[in-house]
Write a protein of this length. Structure first.
Length: 313
């Protein structure tokens, strides 16, 4: 899967390249259309499966889903379904135990929430001994991992499809006020427990702040909240993002004409490009690093270039 940082990097870079007036002069229309088809494919060309052999990982459009990513290491994995009060169908994933433990005693719950443009897969891509979800399971926690409306696991609604523009009319506010309480209530009812630990990354932290400020009665149900790089304060943005903001009206109009509402879905094209241009042996990896630093700010010491690569394909 592509990391959310990698998705954001490619999204901003390619949108600016495609739509910026200065950069698009002289670019043939068919090339601009190819960029659009790359960013917003009608057919992503990927199929999620539970099991896959090594040859298929490299040569096909198949990727392991969350259950497959976890079970390949002999950890148990579950998928649970919940519907929000406004009709979005969500999937919650769970790692209820570890092959290193007997798993018989009652366990405390840890709920992990991904950031923007990500999914529950983000927490299990590297495997045991590295990923937080596996580490917590090994320490005896009952690990639940959320997914929010519109991501690759939550693309259905009780009376809308993803082709309906109204399906996409939401922000972190609805994720905090609708998705999180629906998932929390389901987990508490299923496990018969009354509280949990919360870990949220980026928008996962923002959604929690929104949730708890709008539903203060849930504060007592969270033993501890750990928010990793939460987006909670408005600050000056980078020139790159400022330029992106200036062309948003143009982007919005073009995408409306194409009846395209999904922002940069995971696709076989993006998977292939990222693996080709950003791997550790590619001379072009420096471009990936540079664009990422332009958007997020430079921090070479904390950069893991392996995370550029698409895993399990």
């Amino acid at each position: 899967m592509m990391t959310s940082g990698m998705k954001s990097m490619l999204l901003a870079f390619l949108i600016i390249t495609t739509f910026s007036e200065e950069r698009s002069q002289g670019i043939p229309l068919f090339l601009q259309n190819e960029f659009l088809n790359f960013l917003f494919p009608k057919d992503p060309g990927l199929v999620r499966v539970r099991k896959i052999d090594q040859a298929e990982r490299m040569d096909s459009g198949k990727v392991l889903d969350f259950i497959g990513l976890v079970e390949q290491y002999d950890y148990p994995a579950e998928e649970h379904n919940v519907t929000t009060e406004d009709g979005y169908n969500l999937k919650i994933h769970r790692i209820p135990g570890s092959p290193l433990l007997d798993n018989k005693k009652k366990k405390e719950i840890v709920f992990i929430q991904h950031g923007i443009l990500a999914s529950s897969d983000s927490w299990v891509l590297y495997g045991p001994g590295k990923d937080l979800a596996f580490l917590l399971a090994d320490q005896g926690y009952d690990v639940w991992i959320g997914n929010v409306r519109g991501n690759s696991y939550c693309r259905s609604h009780v009376n809308m499809t993803t082709y309906d523009p109204k399906f996409w009319q939401y922000s972190f506010h609805e994720i905090g006020t609708k998705d999180l309480p629906a998932m929390f209530d389901y987990i508490f009812n299923y496990t018969k427990q009354k509280d949990l630990y919360y870990i949220g990354h980026s928008m996962g932290g923002t959604a929690l702040f929104t949730f708890l400020s709008s539903r203060p009665e849930y504060n007592m149900k969270i033993k501890m909240a750990i928010c990793l790089a939460p987006a909670s304060f408005w600050m000056k943005v980078s020139p790159t993002l400022n330029e992106l903001i200036t062309i948003l009206p143009t982007i919005k109009e073009i995408l409306r004409e194409r009846e395209t509402y999904d922002v940069f879905p995971q696709s076989l094209a993006t998977v292939t490009v990222a693996r080709t241009l950003c791997n550790d042996n590619a001379m072009t990896q420096i471009i990936c690093v540079t664009v990422l630093f332009l958007i997020a700010g430079p921090d070479p010491a904390q950069l893991n270039t392996v995370s550029f690569i698409i895993h399990n394909i």
